[in-house]
Design a protein around this ligand. Structure first.
Ligand code: TXA
Ligand code: MG
Length: 347
């Protein structure tokens, strides 16, 4: 399949009638799959009502069929068609955080969406992305759009159109190239089907922000205790992994430097995931600054691009600094732990 690339400037007016957006919307209406930029990562979109379209999403990514997709909408009015009830707290959260990186799990109304999109669950995950190109496309095609991150299953999520092509060129109808995404880590997945909302995946909206609006918010047990089964099916899979084994290093810079030297003595090429503040201090084969430690949002923005960059550098092993587990640091550490398959070295 020839994958089309539509370049769109997200700052131009009247995006809904931009010829590139209109063309991409036609493909979605024909049940083809199209990658689109959001404020978090690129998504691989398809008509959420169509088994055919949803099957194409799973096939292109090589995604296990038990892992449900997030449904993307441009207007809250769309919820009524496929959501059974909207709890008060969800209403308040939508008002405050939509459009934005918050996915809300609702009880599902049957018979509207493809059961394959929700992996046969009785709930449905929904979000309204805060990206002008995504919103224009959603409005133009007039469909709820199922969209997982547009990477091959297991790889780091794509934060620009080239990352999408690196994984999916020839496997999808097209990609709308709206430039680099901003937040860099995926949306927070919040289960609002229970009285006290539960975070199933930490993301762009922090626990502190949510609690500021609706009071108490819980964390899914699996986020605290590795042995528990996660409520978001996707959270049980290894994800975001670079080609080389990645270790999180819980210790000082000199401890990390010693680890580098041990591996180099074995003849290995060593990479270090550092920050702007520390990148100069390591003597290794490839040190990459992943944003600024003093501004954790910049670390989130750069994270997946940095993990992908190590693949270009052909390193044999990667050591990563760690980050505080609060605010957006919670999402960063969650993704790094997954990318590392939980391998950690303590000083
Ligand atoms: O920022 C994002 O959320 C991006 C962009 C493209 O919107 N999308 C994204 O989708 O990260 P994906 O498919 O990579 O991750 C969706 C996560 C998975 O862990 C999945 O298991 C979970 O949400 N999920 C979806 N529906 C669910 C449901 N009904 N109950 C529990 N978890 C659900
Ligand atoms: Mg994903």
């Amino acid at each position: 399949m020839n994958t089309k690339v539509w370049k769109v400037d997200k700052y131009v007016d009247n995006l809904e009638n931009n010829p590139q957006v209109v063309d991409a919307a036609h493909f979605l209406q024909e049940n083809e799959v199209v990658a689109l930029p959001t404020e978090t990562v690129y998504g691989l979109g398809g008509n959420a009502k169509s088994d055919v379209a949803v099957e194409k999403i799973f096939a292109a990514k090589g995604r296990p069929s038990d892992n449900p997709l997030i449904i993307h909408i441009a207007d809250k009015m769309q919820l009524e068609a496929f959501v059974a009830e909207i709890p008060k707290k969800a209403e308040i959260l939508m008002e405050r955080f939509w459009p934005g990186p918050l996915t809300i799990i609702f009880k599902k109304k049957d018979g509207v969406l493809s059961d394959k999109a929700t992996a046969g669950l009785e709930t449905v995950a929904v979000r309204m992305p805060d990206h002008p190109v995504a919103l224009a496309l959603l409005k133009k095609c007039q469909l709820p759009i199922a969209a997982p991150s547009a990477n091959s299953s297991g790889k780091p999520s794509p934060t620009n159109a080239q990352h999408v092509l690196d994984d999916l060129n020839g496997k999808i109808a097209g990609v709308l190239d709206g430039g680099s995404t901003g937040v860099g880590v995926e949306s927070t997945v919040l289960d609002c089907t229970e009285e006290i909302p539960v975070i199933l995946r930490p993301g762009g909206v922090t626990k502190e922000q949510l609690e500021g609006v609706v009071g108490e918010v819980h964390l899914d047990r699996a986020l605290i205790d590795e042995a528990s089964k996660p409520k978001a099916p996707g959270m049980k899979y290894q994800h975001y992994a670079p080609n080389a084994p990645l270790y999180l290093v819980n210790g000082s810079k000199s401890f990390l430097q010693n680890l580098i030297e041990e591996k180099q003595k074995e003849g290995l090429r060593v990479g270090v995931l550092a920050t702007e503040e520390s990148v100069e201090s390591y003597k290794c084969d490839v040190a990459i600054a992943c944003g600024k430690r003093a501004e954790l949002e910049t670390v989130a923005t750069a994270l997946y691009e940095t993990l992908r960059a190590f693949n270009q550098e052909k390193v044999d092993v990667i050591f990563s600094e760690m980050f505080p587990n609060t605010g957006v640091g919670h999402a960063i550490m969650n993704r790094l732990q997954k990318a590392a398959g939980n391998k950690m070295i303590n000083e």
